[in-house]
Design a protein around this ligand. Structure first.
Ligand code: SAH
Ligand code: SF4
Length: 371
């Protein structure tokens, strides 16, 4: 008998799950039952689905599965930040990282969308790794399930363990469009994780055509990684700018906001690198550039990684940059680094893992020599 690949129901959007049930001759409402079991109650097997008939459970068992990606490791920082290394289906070294950052009554999960990234921003360790592969919808939503389950069995009536999701882990989410959209729909759907659309944020380095497409498909919040106030500098730091320059990106941001059903702002992310993009003139230039955009600015002091060639600015320089923007009328936050002891900060997500991979490869080699 040939081995038929089972359909992994974990990553199917509500719409696709309905299609699937109809395709196997079952009623629509079965999809609603199953989606609640998987995403609200955390079921990992069909046996647990007590309101689904035994016959249907047996049928599902034959042709489908509920499979989250494998957790290679979980670390909990002294400040409560949790970090997981998750193995994807590509092979033993195809791993990504997921980070949960608690902050008062909020807990923000930073989710990865790709193994590596093809866009090669000069200051990003994920970019330095190159592009490896896209995550599947199950691997993306699986990161949410893993984080929630790390607190014990799921309880649909208990307090939310993850209140916000940011697509700011490894990879460029708009370069893995369909799987990311499906996973975000699940994050927000009432029968799945029920997060508010204001609390699900996609961060992009500026894949302009996809910004236009995104607003047709979802109404998540948008963060744009700008990092420079002019094309000359942005071309160096964020190479995709050569294809989609700042003026086009700004136009896409305006379109995005104008087509949302409610009033929202764009979050502008600006990683501050000492002596590169953090001087007073650049702060004024940025203030001028953004003056017609409804936005808030988030400054991210550069997170160092080996051989990056960049440095984080002093606190004084960061504060001066922030003040110029604040004086120009912007709401400006400075991101504080969390999970320092487990290397969980933005842009540090892969260097550390590669080191660990090399270490584990060495270990495997040693074992092979021994045996
Ligand atoms: N690809 C998407 C999302 C992932 S990166 C994007 O670029 O927006 C998430 C954020 O971390 C981006 O704003 C990115 O520019 C920033 N970042 C990357 N490397 C960093 C580093 N070493 N220090 C600080 N921020 C970094
Ligand atoms: Fe890719 Fe974002 Fe890193 Fe740029 S900053 S290389 S787009 S992950």
């Amino acid at each position: 008998m040939t081995d038929i690949k089972k359909v992994n129901l974990l990553g199917l959007s509500p719409e696709k799950l309905i299609e699937f049930f109809e395709s196997i001759g079952e009623k629509k409402f079965r999809a609603t039952q199953v989606i609640k079991w998987i995403h609200q109650k955390g079921a990992e097997s069909f046996d647990e689905m007590t309101d689904v008939s035994k016959a249907l459970r047996a049928k599902l068992e034959q042709i489908c599965e509920i499979r989250a990606p494998e957790v290679v490791s979980q670390n909990i920082s002294a400040d409560g930040t949790r970090k997981w290394i998750i193995r994807t289906e590509g092979g033993k070294n195809d791993c990504v990282e997921t980070v949960l950052i608690p902050d008062g009554d909020r807990a923000t999960l930073c989710v990865s969308s790709q193994v590596g990234c093809s866009l090669d921003c000069s200051f990003c360790s994920t970019g330095k790794q190159g592009f490896n592969r896209n995550l599947t919808p199950a691997e993306i939503i699986g990161q949410v399930a893993i984080a929630i389950k790390s607190f014990g069995p799921m309880d649909p009536n208990g307090p939310r363990r993850v209140t916000n999701v940011v697509m700011m882990g490894m990879g460029e989410p708009l370069m893995n469009f369909e799987p990311v959209v499906d996973a975000m729909i699940l994050m927000m759907h009432d029968h799945a994780y029920g997060l508010s659309k204001r609390r699900v944020t996609l961060s992009t380095s500026g894949v302009v055509p996809k910004i236009y497409e995104l607003v047709k498909r979802t109404d998540v919040s948008l963060a744009v990684s700008l990092h420079a106030p002019n094309d000359a500098l942005r071309n160096e730091l964020v190479p995709i700018n050569k294809k989609y320059p700042i003026a086009e990106l700004m136009e896409a941001c305006q379109f995005y906001l104008a087509n949302l059903p409610d009033k929202r702002h764009i979050t502008i992310e600006y990683t501050l690198m000492s002596g590169v993009n953090d001087n007073e003139e650049q702060a004024h230039e940025l203030a001028e550039l953004l003056k017609t955009l409804e936005c808030k600015i988030n400054l991210i002091p550069f997170n160092p990684f080996p051989h990056s060639g960049y440095e984080k600015p002093s606190n004084n320089r960061t504060r001066r940059f922030q003040k110029i923007l604040a004086d120009a009328g912007y709401t400006v936050t400075v991101r504080t680094t969390r999970g320092d002891d487990i290397d969980a900060a933005c842009g540090q997500l892969v260097g550390d893992f590669q080191d660990r991979t090399r270490r584990s490869q060495k270990y495997i080699e040693l074992r092979e020599v021994k045996s």
